[in-house]
Every structure is written in structure tokens, then in C-alpha cells.
Write a protein that binds this ligand. Structure first.
Ligand SMILES: [Cu+2]
Length: 465
């Protein structure tokens, strides 16, 4: 994780177009728009400490960053640029996406309850767009629904949105123009409105990420934009494990994790080793009397959930989507189950035709993963192995929506650096039993020779009902 934000600053002329002569640009024009700040890296940036406006406790955007602003006559001004970007989904795979200010998702926007906010949105996409500020109280004409509340923003044009951030909470932003294409391409971002009183709902570490999904054919770079269900890359902030950074927390910290869902399906997000409470949604904070303990919370499409817990158990605790096909990468999809299939005879026959043919998945998929990770099995260019990641004890066999909450003692306040693998106290790791394993005692004696009745009904055999 970079200690310091690394920004590339593009000049105003690129935005204005090559046709603008130097003499035509005066100081007033230069000052009319806030500088465009753009980030090229996909790793988690240090929280953006506010240097103007009201104080707040900044969030950490997982594998992302927060957009700097400028104050102009008491208004917080941001500049978002919708544009094609290249996103590293995980080491070894790049995706050609659409995003904001150099990355997908776009930067997190952080403001304070009561702030007057002005957002300039420049469209550098090849088609019209708009920005909808999901969950916000605002004038109807600022809601960003192209055609309904505003004309769509044509390519090359800049529109201005302005409203007061009335309600503290967690929000998202995304286009409301050719939505299916633009969301499938990764155009989205997070928005936090911090409470006016920094002590209200204060936590020690506050993380945010969006759930998103892509359908990128192995060997290609650009998502398919007409996919409705069969996505093959399940990502957090457009990153798949092992490309997702760990969430590093200090023992006994109160931790908040805010998760928004902009995919087309629900994601039951599960935390190991701790119970949490859902303390907020995109509709607001949940009163303490209305919360209950959970270890998994389902996050529906278009929903945001803020979960909170006290990280009082040191260790490397998994945080993942509980749909197991969402913790695997592209290569795992549409592979037939071969568990228990004796492939030797088949392999001998195929090997006569294809000398390099290798049998896969006879005892499960972990063996296939091992072969892929050892590079014994060639995988297509620009494709992630389906289950991957290595821990201190071997292969983790996970991909997609998976990360690790690393709880450690004595970390410094702003230290989010990966502390490495957890050092387990001796005698606290599961170990192999080496004694005799007795035969199972069965309450009912099983007669192996008795006939087992099997009824088979083919699908689509409902005629006659
Ligand atoms: Cu999921």
C-alpha cells in the first residue's frame, strides 16, 4: 500500500481539446474547472486527510482512493472524468474498462453533512452518459437520470451537478444512461457523506468497496456488455483475489466495512472469527435497538450495507462472498464435474491423438488449481487461474470476492500496511492425528446387498400432468 497518493496531473488543454490556442486561455478559464486528478495504480491508497472544510475521519477505499477537491466560495468542487481506463483485475490480468479519473471504479467522494457540493462531470466516453447519485436527497434535476431529469451528457462535454449533501451515510454513484453497457464496463464509484459531528458513529478503521462483476472471455480484455447472469469475474472494486488487498486492523479496533452492490445478483458477505452488526444501509443509520448479530449479511442488488465489529481476535480472518462460485475466477466456469471419474483409459485414448492431454479434476478442483498455478497447465493469455492465492500453509484455492481481515496487536493508528502472515501461538493450529482411526459405529446395520430403489425422472417429462 502506498503511503503517499500518487497522482498524475493532466493539464487543462487536453480537456479543452487540441484546437484551443494558448492565447485563448486566460486565468478565469483556467480557474473555471477544478484540476483533473487521476490515479493509475490499483492498490489501496492511504486515506485522504481533509485539508480544507469541516473535519472528518476519512475512509480507506479498498484497492482505490478518494478524490481531492478544491474549496471555491464555500463550495466543495470535484471534477470527475468518465473515460476508458485500464484496470489490473489481479496481477497477470488487465481489463479494458470504463471508469472515472483513470480507474474503475472511480474515486470515492468524501464530503461532510451539510456541505454544498459541485461536481463537474466531463464525458470522454464514445457515447452519452450521466451520473446518478444513488441514495442522495437532492433537487430532482440533479438526480442524473438521462432523458427524465436532464439531457444526457454528450461525448466531449462537461456537465455540472450541484446540491447540498443533506444526509450523512454511504452512497454510490453510477451512470443512468445506457446503464447496462456502462455498468458492465465498470463505470461506478462510492460516495461518503460524513456526519457533521465527527464523534457520531465514530470507528477506528473505516473501509469501503463496491461489489462488481465482469464477463471477460479467457484470453480477451474487454467485458461483454450484454451479459445478464453469466458473469465470470466477481470483483471488489474491480479486483479479484489474490489482487484484493487485505483489510489491516489493530486488535480491539472498532471496524466498519461499507459494501455496496452494483452487480446483477446478491452477495452474502461472510466474516470469519467475529460477529458483526449491520449499522447502516444506503437509506441511513440503523438505531442500536434495531440491530442484531450476524456473521453473514446478504447484500442485494443496488444495496449498501455498513457492518461493524470490534476486532478482538488476532489472526488472518477470511472475508468473502458465501456463494462459492463467486470466490473463483474465469477459468472455473463451465467446467464439467469430474470428481470420481476414472479418466485413465480415456486419457490413454486421447493421448494418442493429443500428446499433451492431461486429466483434470478427478479428486476435486484443487488439483487442477495446483497444476495451473505451477504453470504445468498453460492458461490463455490475460486470464486468472480459477482458484488461487497462497498462504503460509499452501494453496488458498480462492479467487474473486475474497480477502483477509488481518487483526494484529499494537499497530500504529494510520498503519494499513500488510503485516504478512499471522504467527499462530503454539498449539493453536489444526494438526494431523496420527493414531488409529476406528470403524464407525452404525445405529442401523447397512445391508450392502439390499436393492436400492432409484427413481429417475427426466426433465421436461411433465406431459400428462
Ligand atoms: Cu457473491
Amino acid at each position: 500500500m502506498d503511503a503517499k497518493n500518487k497522482f498524475t496531473r493532466r493539464d487543462f488543454f487536453k480537456l479543452a481539446g487540441a484546437g484551443v490556442a494558448l492565447s485563448a486561455v486566460n486565468k478565469v478559464a483556467l480557474a473555471a474547472l477544478p484540476e483533473i486528478v487521476s490515479v493509475e495504480k490499483a492498490n489501496t491508497q492511504a486515506p485522504l486527510q481533509p485539508n480544507s472544510g469541516r473535519p472528518y475521519n476519512p475512509v480507506v477505499t479498498l484497492n482505490g482512493w478518494s478524490l481531492p477537491w478544491r474549496m471555491k466560495n464555500g463550495v466543495k468542487e470535484f471534477h470527475l472524468v468518465a473515460e476508458p481506463v485500464i484496470r489490473e483485475i489481479a496481477p497477470g490480468m488487465l481489463a479494458h474498462l470504463w471508469g472515472y479519473n483513470g480507474q474503475s471504479p472511480g474515486p470515492t467522494i468524501e464530503v461532510v453533512e451539510g456541505d454544498r457540493v459541485r461536481i463537474f462531470v466531463t464525458n470522454r466516453l464514445p457515447e452519452v452518459t450521466s451520473v446518478h447519485w444513488h441514495g442522495q436527497r437532492l433537487p430532482n434535476g440533479m438526480d442524473g437520470v438521462s432523458g427524465l431529469t436532464q439531457p444526457a451528457i454528450p461525448p466531449g462535454k462537461t456537465f455540472v451537478y450541484e446540491f447540498e449533501a443533506k444526509r450523512a451515510g454511504t452512497f454510490m454513484y453510477h451512470p443512468h444512461a445506457d446503464e447496462m453497457t456502462q455498468m458492465a464496463m465498470g463505470l461506478m464509484g462510492s460516495w461518503i457523506t460524513h456526519p457533521k459531528n465527527p464523534k457520531f458513529m465514530a470507528v477506528d478503521r473505516d473501509f469501503i468497496f463496491l461489489l462488481n462483476a465482469y464477463d471477460i472471455e479467457p484470453g480477451s480484455y474487454t467485458p461483454k456488455v450484454n451479459t445478464m447472469l453469466n458473469f465470470n469475474l466477481w470483483t471488489w472494486n474491480s479486483r479479484a483475489f489474490p489482487g484484493i488487498d487485505p483489510l489491516v486492523v489493530r486488535k480491539n479496533d472498532r471496524v466498519r466495512i461499507r459494501v455496496g452492490n452494483l452487480t446483477m445478483t446478491n452477495h452474502p458477505i461472510h466474516l470469519h472469527g467475529h460477529e458483526f452488526q449491520v449499522t447502516g444501509t444506503d437509506g441511513g443509520w440503523i438505531p442500536a435497538s434495531a440491530r442484531w448479530p450476524e456473521v453473514t449479511t446478504d447484500i442485494g442488488v443496488g444495496q449498501m450495507r455498513a457492518i461493524e465489529f470490534v476486532a478482538n481476535e488476532p489472526g488472518d480472518w477470511s472475508l468473502h462472498c458465501h456463494k462459492s462460485h463467486h470466490t473463483m475466477n474465469a477459468m472455473g466456469h463451465q467446467v464439467p464435474t469430474l470428481i470420481g471419474v476414472e479418466q485413465k483409459d480415456l486419457v490413454d485414448k486421447i493421448s494418442n491423438l493429443v500428446p499433451d492431454y492431461m486429466a483434470m479434476g478427478q479428486t476435486g478442483m484443487a488439483e487442477m488449481n495446483e497444476m495451473a498455478s505451477m504453470m504445468a497447465m498453460p492458461i490463455p493469455e490475460n486470464t486468472l487461474p480459477m482458484m488461487t492465492g497462497t498462504g503460509q500453509f499452501g494453496a488458498i484455492d480462492m479467487g474473486g470476492m475474497f480477502s483477509v481481515v488481518k487483526v494484529r496487536e499494537g499497530l500504529a493508528k494510520g498503519n494499513f500496511k500488510d503485516p504478512g502472515a499471522y504467527k499462530h501461538p503454539s498449539g493453536t493450529v489444526a494438526f494431523e492425528f496420527t493414531g488409529e482411526v476406528p470403524e464407525p459405529v452404525r445405529s442401523v446395520k447397512v445391508n450392502a446387498n439390499a436393492a436400492v430403489e432409484v427413481q429417475v425422472r427426466k426433465p421436461n417429462s411433465h406431459t400428462g400432468h
